[in-house]
Design a protein around this ligand. Structure first.
Ligand code: ACM
Ligand code: ZN
Length: 488
C-alpha cells in the first residue's frame, strides 16, 4: 500500500498484475508521458495485467509516481490489483526539520534522512545549524566560529565530548543530494538568542563573553548576541552571506525564538543602541535587529523565515514568514495575523515535534492534526513542517525510534489531508520492507499510544529534562554579570 495515501484510487475491472521475481519499477513501467494539463505535483499511475503506465505534470511528479509504484511492488503479497491512482498533495510545502546543532549528524546520515523524506514525499528539509550547544557550519571569513563553536566538552548523554561541523563542501553536497530528490533545503542560523556557541568562539560577540563555553546542558541560555556592537552585526551578515550562496533555495531561517534580554539590559553597548533607536522595550530592540537582517537577506534574494515569538511578532516586517511552533501564541491570534497577510509554515510543537515522547504526541494525534487551521486564509498558508530537535536524540538509532512511524503519519496527514487513521495503520503494517531499507527494523507498536504506567513513565522521562535545564547556572552567571556591569 502507498504511504502517503493517494487522493484517489479507482479499481479497474481487469486481472491483477502478477509480480515476477526481480521486478522493480523500471521493469514494470511500460509508458511514462508528460501531461501538461496536470499540475506540477500531480500524477496518474495505472496498473493493469501487463504492467504500469504513468502520466505526470513535471519531473517532480514523475518521481512521485515511480515512488508509489515501487511501494506497491515492495508492499504487495505477489499481485497488485488493477487500478488507477490519481494523486497530488493537499499541501505544497511539506517540511521536516533536523536539529544538527545539539547533536551532529554526519553527511551520510543526513543523506539517509533525505532519502526517507523522498520515500514519503516530503519536499523541504530545514537544517537547524546553530544553537547554544553547537555551531555546525564552516564560515570561511570567521573560521573559529566552527572550530571552537562545534566542540561541546560534555553532553547530557554519557557526559562525553561531542564535536563535528559541516565544511562548505559538505553543505553543497547535502544541497545537491536533496535537490536531486526534489527537496529544497532551508538553513537556519538561530539569532540573536541560542547563540552561546558563537560567543564561545568569539567572546566579543557576546555582551559579556569572556570565559563562555559551548553549552553543555539543555535549556535557553542567556548568552545572546551583543547586537549593540556593529562588529557583531557585521559578522552575522558575513555568516548569512556565505550561507546564502551555498543554500541556493529561496528560503532562509534566522530563528528569533526564546531570546532572554537580561544580558542586553546590563550591557553598555546594547543600552547605548537601545537609546539611539528610541526603543521602548527590549522586544522592540530585538525586532529592530531581526528586521535589519531580514532586509539584508532580501537584498540577497531570500525569503526570510522566523519562529513566531509571541512578544515580538507584531513588530516584524510583514514579508517575514512565520514558522508557528506555538511559543505562547494562540491559534486564533495566528489566524488573525495570517488573514491580515502574514505567510506561515505551521509546526505546532504538539503534535509535530517528534522528539517529544509518544505519550504526549501519540501516533493518532500526529496523524489527525490539521495544520491549516479553520478560518485561516489558505493563500497565506505555505505549508507544514515537523521537527526533530536533538537535545535528547544523541544518535540515529534514537532518532529512528522517535521518527518512525510518526514521520509517516505526518507525511500522510500533509499529503492526503483526509485519510483515515485505521487505514493508515493497515498500510503501515505493509511497510516493514520499505522501512528496513532505512535501518528501521520494527515499528515500535507498544509506544504508538502509551497508556497507564508506560504513559506516566514517558511523561516523567520528558519532564525530567528540566533538571538539566541549566536555569540555576543562568541565574548565577546573571548575578555575576549584574555585579560586573555596576563596576563598569
Ligand atoms: C522552538 O521550539 N524554540 C522553536
Ligand atoms: Zn550587548
Amino acid at each position: 500500500m502507498i504511504i502517503p495515501k493517494p487522493q484517489r484510487i479507482i479499481k479497474l475491472d481487469q486481472a491483477p498484475y502478477v509480480v515476477k521475481a526481480g521486478d522493480n519499477a523500471q521493469a514494470v513501467l511500460q509508458e511514462a508521458i508528460l501531461d501538461t494539463t496536470l499540475s506540477q505535483e500531480s500524477y496518474v499511475l495505472t496498473i493493469g495485467v501487463d504492467g504500469a503506465k504513468i502520466s505526470y505534470g513535471s519531473e517532480v511528479s514523475k518521481a512521485y509516481a515511480i515512488k508509489s509504484l515501487e511501494q506497491l511492488l515492495s508492499t504487495c503479497d505477489g499481485t497488485i490489483d488493477a487500478m488507477q491512482v490519481e494523486d497530488e498533495p493537499s499541501i505544497n510545502y511539506r517540511g521536516y526539520m533536523l536539529d544538527v546543532s545539539r547533536y551532529f549528524f554526519t553527511v551520510e546520515e543526513v543523506f539517509e534522512q533525505i532519502d526517507f523524506m523522498a520515500e514519503y514525499k516530503f519536499n523541504a528539509l530545514h537544517l537547524h545549524l546553530t544553537d547554544d550547544q553547537g555551531w555546525r557550519v564552516e564560515i570561511k571569513s570567521h573560521p573559529k566560529i566552527a572550530e571552537i563553536g562545534s566542540v561541546r566538552y560534555r553532553t547530557l548523554f554519557k557526559l562525553r565530548k561531542h564535536t563535528g561541523y559541516y565544511t562548505q563542501e559538505d553543505l553543497k553536497r547535502i544541497v545537491d543530494y536533496a535537490h536531486s530528490r526534489n527537496i529544497i533545503v532551508i538553513p537556519e542560523v538561530d539569532l540573536p538568542g541560542h547563540f552561546q556557541s558563537a560567543v564561545a568562539a568569539y567572546p566579543e560577540l557576546g555582551c559579556y563573553g569572556d570565559g563562555v563555553k559551548v553549552a553543555e546542558n539543555f535549556g535557553v541560555k542567556y548568552e545572546v548576541a551583543c547586537i549593540g556592537k556593529e562588529t557583531t552585526v557585521s559578522l552575522i551578515k558575513d555568516v548569512l552571506k556565505e550561507l546564502a550562496e551555498i543554500f541556493t533555495d529561496e528560503y532562509f531561517h534566522i530563528g528569533g525564538d526564546e531570546v532572554p534580554s537580561h544580558r542586553w539590559s546590563h550591557c553598555p553597548y546594547c543600552k547605548a543602541k537601545y537609546e539611539a533607536l528610541g526603543c521602548k522595550n527590549w522586544v522592540e530592540y530585538q525586532a529592530h535587529f531581526m528586521n535589519e537582517l531580514a532586509s539584508y537577506l532580501k537584498t540577497l534574494g531570500k525569503k526570510v523565515i522566523m519562529w513566531n515569538e509571541t512578544e515580538i511578532t507584531g513588530l516584524i516586517d510583514k514579508d517575514v514568514i512565520w514558522q508557528y511552533w506555538q511559543g505562547g501564541l494562540k491559534e486564533e491570534d495566528l489566524v488573525k495575523e495570517v488573514n491580515n497577510g502574514r505567510k506561515v509554515i505551521v509546526s505546532c510543537c504538539e503534535p509535530y515535534y517528534l522528539d517529544l515522547p509518544y505519550s504526549i504526541n501519540g501516533l493518532k494525534r500526529v496523524y489527525e492534526h490539521k495544520p491549516c487551521f479553520d478560518g485561516m486564509n489558505r493563500n497565506n498558508f505555505i505549508g507544514a513542517e515537523t521537527c526533530m530537535w536533538s537535545e535528547l536524540v544523541p544518535n540515529m538509532k534514537v532518532l529512528k525510534r522517535r521518527a518512525f512511524p510518526r514521520l509517516l503519519a505526518v507525511a500522510e496527514g500533509i499529503w492526503n489531508g483526509s485519510g483515515s487513521y485505521d487505514d493508515f495503520i493497515e498500510a503501515l503494517k505493509t511497510h516493514r520492507a520499505v522501512l528496513a531499507r532505512y535501518g528501521v527494523k520494527n515499528t515500535p507498536k507498544c509506544k504508538y499510544e502509551p497508556k497507564g504506567l508506560i504513559k506516566l513513565a514517558l511523561n516523567l522521562w520528558w519532564a525530567r529534562r528540566v533538571l538539566y535545564w541549566g536555569g540555576l547556572q543562568n541565574v548565577i552567571t546573571n548575578a555575576k554579570i549584574e555585579k560586573l556591569s555596576k563596576r563598569r
